[in-house]
Design a protein. Sequence first.
Length: 367
Amino acid sequence: MPWPPISQGSSAYSSSDGPPSDLVRAVPTLPNDANDDPERGWMTVDQGHALGEPASLATVIRVPHAETEITAELVRDLLRDQHPDLAHRPLSLGARGWDNQLWRLGGDLAVRLPWATPRAGALLLKEHAWLPALAPRLPLPVPVPQRLGEPSARFPRPWIITTWVPGDPADRAPVTRGAEAADALGAFLTALHQPAPATAPGGGDRGGMLADRAEGFARGLSATVDLGLIPDPGAVRAIWDDAVTAPAWDGPPLWLHGDLHPANVLTADGTLCGVIDFGDMCAGDPACDLAACWILLPDGLAGRFHQAYQPAPDSATLRRSRGWAVLHALGRILIGHAGDYGRPGGKPTWGPPAHAALRRLTATIHR
């Protein structure tokens, strides 16, 4: 059966860079699924100890191992085999992420292939299954899956072709038109956060109970304190303690993005212009996504975002969202610190927005 023509109505797709290839070095394997998710846990790299560094200074997020070398020639061959009508288009590497590689295909498409983590193929299949139905109601462009690549002798895992969303990742081009961005983020999450069907993927550690992340929070706080990276750990702890004691979400599971951080939100002319990487999309507590306002928006705009988001979140949801925000900020501070020192998994552009988020959050404790 021939593949349908590519839709011309969708935007193109851009993604934040993953760890540079020269930083993807061998690191010890973790005994659990923290290997697959940069927010699930922190680890000590033996290389840091060999340099005489304290254990905390060598604490970084695990870098995934590439299972298959992906080259332009391989991507071109896959297209010729399964989507020959697209094989003639210009092809260039866009990014290497935690889970997938992104190759730009012509001016309006992207090829995304799992390359590092065991979960990567499943994340792409999840996007392919669910995002096309959600995308039309979203007020910002997203990478809409257009075609599926089947596992084959050339490449043993599924892959997808999506639209290409133009813009710059917000960790590299931060929001400067804050009021417009707050309204845009509120409108986007209002549209996304609708009741999900019973068959939707579960939230787990993204949209589930915040208390289930207590161990990760404690490890992140300890690591950042040991490194002298946060000035007021007591305030961070207070925000977390308040969040985990807030009443749990008692509404229906809502559709969530699950990974709304600056590298997954695109900007143009100082405001939001797209949202990418829906691999962690799930159904659950909206507080996980609402945390994004603290790291994406400039000072003083969380309130405007909360007014733009409908229905207005209740006090308990806002408290939980602050807990998610400090949890995410701690992890990204460590990733940024690793990047500052050229360590595996490090991304120096992740540190500044995460530090700003903690500063905004802890300032609310001292009012």
